[in-house]
Design a protein around this ligand. Structure first.
Ligand SMILES: [Zn+2]
Length: 590
């Protein structure tokens, strides 16, 4: 057999799935989805077909009106179970009926108490990287794309949202059936479903937001400028090909900032600040509509193609929307973060390469910001080498040439060599992509706003605390830069002073607090623990939760309490979050 992707059992020589018609019933009592799926194949298939699954309860398999033989014939803790369909005979399609497991990795079933409204349950999926297989048997590799339709039956009080176009809603007894279609081919990791007590608010001609009624006003205000973001993104990246761009505001246990599900970004509620201060997150998720969703990494080893390009596009769009000063500030902040994270992982670790050999590695557990920032800095080097104008033309050609396709790092480099050969003379691409750490020879971002922060930091380190006046007008990223560059341990009195002078309570920004609490813990600010515990119970975003658990592990006084805190908040979090933190604690011997 030929395996193309270290994270999938699929053998693409056997044939590829090209379309799926789903009939899905959501059972909120049993926490399972009952599904009948009719698969179309891109070519006639005879013999065997291997599909990825994880904890799928398969009831039946048919092709050409005949029952198919099948077995789960290989299994692996990371990859799940290989479903081996046998005896296909010139099949152009096949049908499976099955149910998901209550603990399916991709699905989180939240009881009503964990929602904003508190009266209705909530279900949402997170299929990236390799969890679609826990929702439906598939070739769970980003190199296979398919279109789909779906009928989703849910209790009548709830609304189903999918990363697809909704075209009809029908009453059916005590239930409602929502109908969707996805005419653009997607890789399996972009399959997405959310069900809850949701309302919808139109924001612009192509934009809107789904949220629980309690959050809809705040969400609609926060993200009112999304249409403008699409306009600017189109100027950089080409026409937006997915029709609408909506948001679905998820409960706080969502493990990520956003998930770029096509047509509808799934978003953490921590992005609603009441200041429009974190809409660069939307810029990022929106940019994925081109870099990631339209042009897709062929395997998770090529993840930097998705995230590096998207982070680069985010900075370009931010420059137009918020000005060069802010874009420069973010670039320096990103560089500092990148260096800090690389030092933590180890500058020589293969995880600091852009192309990460990942056979046997769990993409969730080895997730870092390296492909984002190091990738974006490499792409900036390309831009600096050929100039913005030529590079803009290259971007448009790249997104149009590879639209609705998946490509490897090597295929990308081949294309780059054909279009911008001089880049290979000036930039050490080999070192950037295949070697760990950061090349010494590279452009270093500069920012006047960051230099302001530096001055205050230098003064603090020799004993002068910042005044309210000095920091009153600071941009969100200036505060983040300050917190990130503070010494790891400071006097407990200073923790209290800085929270006050930076006005963190009123700003109510979970990202600030993720840094701040980590500093407090390392500094031995023991009284802060109940607040930390409350924060960890309310926020499931890995980017915020992980630094706090790391600080606990590294601090003698808090170390032994980390496990108890994880157990106390476990029920409220997504399985991905629990899995990653659990692994971190285990590695620390806790
Ligand atoms: Zn991203």
């Amino acid at each position: 057999m030929t395996r193309h992707d270290p994270h999938s059992y699929a053998d693409l020589e056997q044939g590829k799935i090209s379309h799926i018609d789903f009939r899905i019933q959501a059972d909120f009592e049993a926490h399972i989805l009952k599904i009948r799926a009719e698969y179309q194949l891109a070519e006639l298939v005879s013999g065997s077909l291997y599909l990825d699954t994880s904890q799928i309860e398969l009831e039946s398999a048919h092709a050409n009106g005949q029952a198919l033989q099948w077995e789960f014939d290989e299994q692996d803790q990371l990859l799940g179970e290989r479903l081996h369909l046998k005896g296909l005979a010139n099949a152009s399609s096949f049908t499976l009926t099955f149910a998901t497991a209550p603990e399916a990795r991709a699905l989180q079933w939240l009881p009503a108490v964990q929602t904003a409204g508190g009266e209705h349950p909530f279900l949402f999926s997170q299929c990236q990287a390799i969890h679609a297989r826990s929702v439906f048997p598939c070739q769970d590799t980003p190199s296979v794309r398919f279109t789909f339709t779906a009928e989703v039956e849910v209790p009548a009080a709830l609304t189903a949202v999918m990363a697809a176009e909704q075209f009809e809603v029908k009453e059916q007894g005590k239930n409602k059936v929502f109908q969707f279609k996805m005419p653009q081919p997607i890789p399996s990791y972009l399959f997405a479903i959310g069900v809850g007590n949701l309302t919808f608010r139109e924001l612009g001609p192509r934009t809107g937001v789904y949220a629980e009624p309690e959050l809809i006003d705040a969400a609609a205000w926060e993200f009112a400028e999304n249409e403008e973001k699409i306009v600017q993104a189109e100027k950089l990246l080409g026409p937006y090909l997915w029709g609408r761009y909506d948001l679905l505001i998820l409960p706080p246990s969502f493990p990520y900032g956003g998930m770029e599900n096509p047509r509808v970004t799934f978003l953490t509620p921590t992005a609603i600040l009441g200041t429009r201060g974190q809409t660069s997150l939307i810029t990022h998720e929106l940019a994925h509509a081109w870099t990631g969703n339209l042009v897709t990494n062929a395997t998770w080893e090529d993840f930097w193609l998705n995230e590096g390009w998207t982070t680069y596009a985010e900075t370009r769009i931010t420059e137009v929307l918020e000005g060069k000063d802010v874009a420069d500030l973010m670039a320096v902040y990103d560089e500092q973060r990148l260096i800090e994270i690389m030092e933590r992982i180890g500058m020589e670790s293969p995880l600091t390469c852009l192309k990460v050999p990942s056979k046997g590695r769990d993409p969730d557990a080895s997730f870092t910001i390296v492909p984002y920032y190091k990738g974006a800095f490499l792409i900036k080097e390309f831009e600096y080498t050929v100039g913005r104008e030529r590079f803009n033309a290259f971007i448009r050609k790249y997104t149009s040439t590879y639209q609705f396709q998946s490509l490897t790092t090597e295929a990308f480099l081949h294309f780059l060599k054909g279009e911008l050969p001089e880049v290979f003379e000036k930039v050490n691409i080999q070192s950037w992509i295949y070697e760990p750490g950061l090349p010494v020879k590279r452009s270093k971002p500069q920012s006047a706003l960051y230099d302001e922060v530096q001055e205050v930091l230098v003064a603090y380190k020799v004993g002068t605390r910042p005044t309210k006046e000095q920091v009153a007008d600071w941009h969100r990223y200036q505060i983040l830069s300050f917190l990130q560059a503070l010494p790891k341990q400071i006097p407990v009195e200073d923790c209290k002073y800085l929270e006050d002078v930076l006005d963190l309570k009123n700003k109510n920004d979970a990202n600030h607090y993720a840094f701040f609490y980590a500093i407090c813990i390392r500094s031995g600010h023991q009284d802060i623990l109940p607040r930390v515990e409350e924060f960890l119970g309310k926020n499931g975003r890995l980017l915020y939760v992980l630094p706090i658990f790391r600080a606990m592990i590294e601090s003698d006084w808090a170390r032994e309490r980390a496990r108890r805190i994880l157990e106390s908040v476990r029920e409220r979090h997504h399985q991905i979050t629990v899995h990653v933190i659990n692994k971190l604690l285990k590695e620390a011997g806790l």
